[in-house]
Write a protein that binds this ligand. Structure first.
Ligand code: AMP
Ligand code: MG
Length: 360
């Protein structure tokens, strides 16, 4: 061991012995020191992994004695879910429901059924702004695919007619049926949240110390950070490149989910066509909002709502969530305003000066 290494080892030893805590968010498999309930120092292992699943980069960081095993358990749960919920993977439940639309009911996995029930709940709550049968419109616009284009008004009119969540029948014994042949289900607006919730359940079952899950900007945190402090979760600035935040929210056991017009879009003749479609107009939603964030302890709620609120606009959004427990929102509009739930006042910090913040 050379002199520098020896000195470094001594410093680390002193840090451990004197109870100064060293936490790193960067490296995998790192040993950090935490202050446990008895005020003793115990080592908590950290494992971090990422994988492209459910059309997004999923990043999971686990702080636990069995962090490697838990990380693998968490990722394998998402892989399993993708196999039943994907609309493109042949043989998935959603694939089969869409294939048999107008023909016959399909027997699905309990999880698929549960998620479809939840999707219908939100379709009703939002008067159809959120609609899990949005499939034909998503396909028509093709945003984010090689087929993206602005359809003709006639095509849009014809396609709108196919969208109707009332024609999605959840029958007994986990059978699901789409009543018309040209209908299709797309769970892109809720499935990631549902997957994050499943991971959180698994972490609770295993009494995991602490964890951070990021599914393409949908963030969920399990408990507090290992040093006992709250997590600080950034909200992407819709007007700047990825990684630049507009605000940060403090919390534990929460999910922060954002829908934005910067996520997937194409531009034609100076107009941005993004991926959140208003089922009433058949066009990408245009109601003044450019980013909608929902903060909740339930990630599928946050996911479904963030997409819905984007479509519904500021007034209707606050009207909808005011009677919901545990739901706080941040809506950024194109005229540089942030409409924020009153309850977030002491939990949120804004990082952009030009923004006018209005608590409601
Ligand atoms: P998110 O990023 O969670 O806001 O979800 C956007 C995705 O949800 C889109 O890429 C579509 O797959 C799907 N989607 C678009 N419009 C709607 C809608 N009105 N209701 C339900 N899902 C939608
Ligand atoms: Mg969503």
């Amino acid at each position: 061991m050379n002199y520098k290494r020896f000195a470094f080892a001594i410093i680390i030893l002193l840090i451990i012995l004197t109870g100064v805590y060293f936490i790193s968010d960067i490296n995998n498999e790192e040993i950090s020191q935490i202050n446990n309930e008895n005020n003793n120092n115990i080592a908590v292992k950290q494992s971090e992994g990422s994988e492209f699943l459910m059309n997004t980069l999923v990043r999971v960081r686990i702080h636990d004695e069995n962090s490697e095993e838990i990380l693998e358990g968490a990722l394998s749960r998402i892989r399993d879910l993708e196999k039943v919920l994907s609309k493109t993977i042949e043989g998935s439940d959603i694939y089969k429901i869409n294939l048999n639309a107008g023909n016959k009911p399909v027997l699905v996995d309990k999880r698929t059924y549960e998620l479809l029930e939840e999707a219908l709940f939100f379709a009703e709550k939002t008067n159809g702004s959120f609609d899990p049968t949005i499939g034909p419109l998503v396909t028509l616009w093709g945003i984010g695919t090689e087929n993206e284009r602005v359809p003709s008004q006639e095509e849009i009119n014809n396609t709108i007619k196919k969208i109707n969540y009332n024609n999605l029948a959840l029958m007994d014994d986990y059978n699901v049926y789409l009543k018309n042949e040209e209908m299709s289900i797309d769970l892109g607006a809720i499935a990631k949240g549902y997957a994050a919730d499943k991971i959180i359940t698994y972490l609770n079952e295993n009494d995991v110390e602490s964890a951070f899950i990021n599914m393409g900007g949908n963030v969920s945190v399990h408990r507090k950070k290992v040093d006992g402090s709250l997590w600080n979760i950034g909200i992407q600035d819709p007007d700047r490149t990825r990684g630049n935040i507009i605000a940060a929210v403090k919390g534990e056991d929460i999910s922060v989910v954002t829908s934005g017009n910067y996520e997937r879009y194409f531009t034609e003749n100076g107009i941005r066509y993004h991926h959140i479609i208003d089922p009433d107009s058949g066009y990408p939603a245009k109601n003044g909002i450019i980013s909608s964030t929902v903060i909740s302890n339930d990630s599928s709620y946050a996911d479904a709502l963030s997409t819905s609120l984007y479509i519904m606009g500021v007034e209707k959004s606050f009207e909808l969530v005011k009677n919901m427990d545990n739901i706080n929102i941040v809506l950024i509009t194109e005229d540089d305003k942030a409409y924020v739930s009153e309850d977030l006042k002491d939990k949120i910090t804004f990082t952009v000066d030009e923004l006018e913040v209005i608590y409601k």
